[in-house]
Design a protein around this ligand. Structure first.
Ligand code: ZN
Length: 287
């Protein structure tokens, strides 16, 4: 009798364990960070809400996940993440957004080729940035993820010359730097960080020759200031394929690759995004 009870208890425990799941998400993140949400255990994400908005779900490595982009200007404080799971449970977690601190302001001259530091060239530059940003905003994202493997760096070696999050002042204007500048001599091959569809491949006065890849569900990677673009709008590009060569086109003070990653319309820091897939990723910082 006693033995039977023990067995019954064990069965109950194991069946509970079979349905138990933990919601995995960071407790604290800096402004401008990517957030990855997933579960551990037998249940999967079914529906995810963050700060009152629904977050799309995708499957990677056999488990459902979600990405949230925390804006650089998101008000620091506590936000609620709520997930419905496939076992019927609804679980919540608080994510605290932490201020990055006052951004450093760097003054960058407008190159002579773009008219030098005059009011009219400042205005032209700003108009070009607005036009490019409007084109990026208009991108129609894929209804499903285009990728099944991890995101990889766009260059063979990663060295940041200007980090994400500081501000660039150009005469009367101060613009936030919502990407990372990577060291790259003119002509360095730039590869697709993952499989995606080319949504923009054109030259802007501000961003230079720019390629934008859509990876579905509002995740995009942007490659700026290229010297050569090897792809055209509508192409589906395999992960690791050369999309162009780095350069110094547009508003730059020297050759480099500016990389941006957008999640849900928010440009987040590409370095922690890559580290979600490759925690051991080596990134050199050049001051
Ligand atoms: Zn940049």
């Amino acid at each position: 009798m006693r033995k039977t009870l023990l067995i019954a208890a064990a069965v109950l425990l194991s069946s509970r364990a079979a349905f138990a799941a933990t919601l995995l998400a960071p407790e604290e993140v800096f402004q401008g960070s990517p957030v990855r949400v997933t579960t551990e255990g037998a249940a999967f994400l079914k529906d995810v809400m963050f700060d009152g908005a629904r977050v799309p779900i995708f499957t990677y490595n056999g488990r459902t996940r979600a990405f949230i982009g925390i804006d650089l200007k998101k008000t620091p404080g506590k936000y609620t993440l709520t997930a419905k799971l496939t076992n019927g449970a609804t679980v919540s977690k608080t994510i605290t957004v932490i201020a990055r601190g006052t951004p450093t302001v760097a003054s960058v001259d407008i190159p002579e080729a773009l008219g030098g530091n005059t009011t009219s060239s400042q205005n032209n530059l700003l108009a070009s940035i607005s036009a490019a940003d409007a084109d990026i905003k208009k991108i129609k994202t894929g209804a499903a993820v285009t990728w099944t493997q991890k995101f990889i760096p766009p260059l063979a070696a990663l060295a940041t010359t200007n980090p994400y999050g500081y501000s660039v002042s150009t005469g009367a204007y101060t613009l936030p730097h919502k990407g990372v500048d990577l060291e790259a001599a003119v002509g360095t091959p730039v590869v697709a960080m993952n499989r995606g569809v080319v949504k923009i491949a054109r030259e802007y006065r501000s961003y230079g020759k720019m390629v934008v890849l859509d990876h579905g569900l509002r995740v995009q990677t942007l490659y700026l200031h290229l010297s050569k673009m090897n792809v055209k709008v509508g192409d589906t590009i395999a992960r690791g394929k050369i999309i162009g060569l780095s350069g110094e086109s547009g508003y730059v003070s020297g050759p480099h690759l500016h990389l941006s990653v957008r999640i849900g319309g928010t440009s987040i820091d590409p370095v922690p995004f890559l580290k979600l897939f490759t925690p051991s990723l080596s990134v050199k910082e050049i001051l």
